[in-house]
Design a protein around this ligand. Structure first.
Ligand SMILES: Nc1ncnc2c1ncn2[C@@H]1O[C@H](COP(=O)(O)OP(=O)(O)OP(=O)(O)O)[C@@H](O)[C@H]1O
Length: 366
């Protein structure tokens, strides 16, 4: 998948931007505050209907305006003409999403048309932050390779909400509790199976990429935690925790507590690795997701890479760029000075350079 056209209207300092003729690797350079990250933010909005910087539309929309719009065309091998996508977010909270000119109601109907992966200065938080981000990472991957995942995920969310409601209301709803527990056990077990299959396919790709990026970190290990005692099936785990669930009024065990543990030589990677090393691990995780998606779905995701050199030395930047170029995914990448990324790409990589200045973007020849 690749973006062939992009129009941005009223996102931060990007009042009116129209771009086309992208290449595989698209490099945006410019001074601090010129609008580089805002371009990535606009593409993220187009793919996910939300910004990666702020959940508050007020900070995203250009000051003094009431709404922002991004329009783009996503092309695939099977649809070279592309599918038009459009997102509009308004200060009053309205969100309008269009796919192929038709309004769609949910983000889930949008995301498959432009899967995006972000690598930025906060990426290391995937390792050091709370498990929610790692579950999101896992869900993103499973969603894009397993079509049956999303409906089960929705069913699970509905069941756990209802079960927790009954738990909060105490003894009165025993029969109802049994019904929701049974439904929850089925959905939760299925989610775990999809996640496990996905994880087992992802881990070797991750190890392979990591070997290329940082051979000295050979002791890295990834482990998937399902969210309950692994000697029990989910139904048994729910039964085992039913007393404490009743006492505290919510469901303790389940896929809502799953995690990916990353360790190095038996120690937590987040507590042991340097910032740069953590960023490499996160790069490898996200690159592995892109590779797996291409293998399973024959479509690629778009990488948004903000300020790669911020934690990485030149050698490691080059190694990450090598993998990105080799994957053939479309990349939108920012840097302050053109020279920062100009010589990072392997010979033959198709690059296009853009200069960003005060919210205006111009294509730079050769
Ligand atoms: N809602 C807004 N309306 C107008 N301008 C905004 C708004 N929010 C941020 N800005 C400005 O938009 C500009 C673009 O910021 P952006 O983060 O994209 O810059 P950048 O080129 O990535 O900078 P850096 O190299 O420092 O990371 C900044 O000058 C910022 O002050």
């Amino acid at each position: 998948m690749a973006i062939s056209q992009l129009q941005i209207h009223n996102i931060r300092n990007l009042r009116q931007v129209s771009l086309h003729q992208f290449s595989n690797i698209n490099i945006f350079f410019g001074a601090n505050g010129s609008g580089k990250t805002s371009i990535l933010e606009a593409i993220h909005l187009l793919g996910m209907a939300r910004s990666f910087r702020s959940g508050n539309t007020r900070t995203l929309v250009t000051h003094g305006e009431t709404q922002c719009t991004v329009y783009g065309v996503s092309t695939t091998d099977s649809k070279p003409g592309g599918i038009p996508l459009a997102i509009q977010r308004s200060l009053n909270g309205d969100v309008l999403i269009k796919v192929g000119g038709q309004v769609v109601r949910t983000t889930a109907e949008l995301v498959e048309y432009l899967p995006v992966q972000l690598l930025d200065a906060t990426s290391f938080e995937l390792l050091s932050g709370p498990p929610g981000a790692r579950r999101q990472f896992l869900n993103w991957g499973v969603f894009h390779v397993e079509q049956r995942f999303f409906p089960v995920w929705q069913r699970f969310q509905r069941c756990i909400k209802q079960r927790n409601k009954v738990l909060r209301h105490g003894k009165l709803g025993d029969a109802e509790l049994a019904v929701w527990t049974r439904e929850l056990a089925l959905a939760g077990e299925e989610i775990h199976q999809y996640r496990l299959m996905y994880f087992e396919a992802l881990a070797p790709l991750f190890r392979e990429i990591m070997r290329g990026l940082a051979p000295s970190l050979a002791g890295l290990e990834l482990r998937y935690r399902r969210g309950w005692d692994k000697s029990l099936d989910y139904n048994e785990a729910l039964r085992a925790s039913s007393q404490v669930d009743r006492e505290q009024g919510y469901t303790h065990a389940g896929p809502q507590r799953a995690d990916i543990k990353v360790s190095i030589d038996g120690f937590s990677a987040a507590d042991t690795l340097s910032r740069g090393q953590q960023k490499l691990v996160v790069c490898a995780l996200k690159l592995a997701q892109g590779q797996l998606m291409t293998e399973h779905q024959r479509r690629s995701c778009t990488y948004l890479v903000d300020d790669l050199p911020s934690e990485l030395d030149a050698l490691h930047c080059r190694l990450v760029c090598d993998v990105l170029a080799e994957m053939g995914s479309q990349v939108f990448i920012t840097c302050v000075a053109r020279a920062d990324l100009a010589n990072m790409w392997p010979e033959g990589a198709k690059t296009q350079v853009f200069h960003v200045e005060h919210g205006q973007i111009s294509k730079v020849a050769g």
